[in-house]
Write a protein that binds this ligand. Structure first.
Ligand SMILES: Cc1cc2nc3c(=O)[nH]c(=O)nc-3n(C[C@H](O)[C@H](O)[C@H](O)COP(=O)(O)OP(=O)(O)OC[C@H]3O[C@@H](n4cnc5c(N)ncnc54)[C@H](O)[C@@H]3O)c2cc1C
Length: 195
């Protein structure tokens, strides 16, 4: 199995595919390991919760390094307004990538930096190729323009992983009859991460 792109998505997927025990995994990344931009990455509680259930070892390593804010304070004219229920954590993107690279390599994922996969030349030796080359994906755009359907229906933004639709976290009322009728859906909150 191959992942094209060694950003957070490609590396974590490589880790999870490897842990699934379904075969060898190679991650191709065009940049060097320390080439990445230096900005921070913010994780919502929901993303942290998803990370912890996906790979507790990765979560534990990230948890040791991120800063966590359970509440937000707004001070206006000397008055403090404290808002809770939307905790978030942040760490350097470069550090996040280093942790993911280390974990992937330890597990036996073949992470190949400075290896760009040209559009139209997917690795021929893989049974499964997952394109993880970022939001402006040249590979997905090329496939879409050649008539392939895009499976990238949902994207992660601002630290939120795609929302879970598992029955345990999301429930919807039966759809009422009538064209303008709407269903209501509720989602239970994920557990707050350990402090
Ligand atoms: C200023 C800024 C701040 C941001 N802040 C946040 C934040 O706080 N929280 C958050 O969740 N997100 C944030 N984002 C968005 C964040 O960058 C993305 O959510 C995240 O990087 C997506 O990960 P990814 O692995 O899908 O894509 P990317 O990080 O874009 O990784 C794609 C990788 O694929 C590689 N690649 C591309 N083409 C090829 C090819 N042909 N061959 C081999 N390798 C290739 C690229 O070099 C890159 O390393 C921010 C973005 C910016 C610009």
């Amino acid at each position: 199995m191959s992942c094209i792109g060694g950003g957070p998505a490609g590396l974590l997927l490589g880790i999870l595919l490897h842990r699934s025990g379904r075969g060898d995994v190679t991650v191709y990344e065009r940049n060097a390991p320390d080439d990445t931009f230096g900005f921070g990455v913010v994780f919502s509680d929901e993303t942290l919760s998803n990370l912890r259930s996906a790979d507790p070892e990765v979560f534990d390593r990230i948890e040791q390094e991120f800063a966590y804010w359970p509440t937000m304070d707004v001070v206006h004219r000397g008055r403090l307004l404290r808002s809770g229920g939307h905790g978030f954590a942040a760490m350097s993107r470069q550090r996040l990538l280093s942790l993911l690279i280390d974990r992937a390599v330890e597990l036996g994922v073949d992470v190949r930096h400075r290896t760009e996969i040209a559009v139209g030349q997917l690795p021929a030796d893989a049974d499964l190729v997952v394109i993880c080359d970022g939001v402006n994906s040249a590979h997905r755009n090329a496939l879409a323009s050649s008539g392939h359907r895009s499976s990238a229906a949902r994207r992660s933004t601002s630290g939120s992983a795609p929302r879970s639709t598992s029955p345990s976290s999301r429930s919807c009322s039966p759809r009422p009859s009538g064209a303008s009728s709407r269903r209501t859906c509720t989602r239970s909150r994920p557990p707050i991460p350990r402090s």
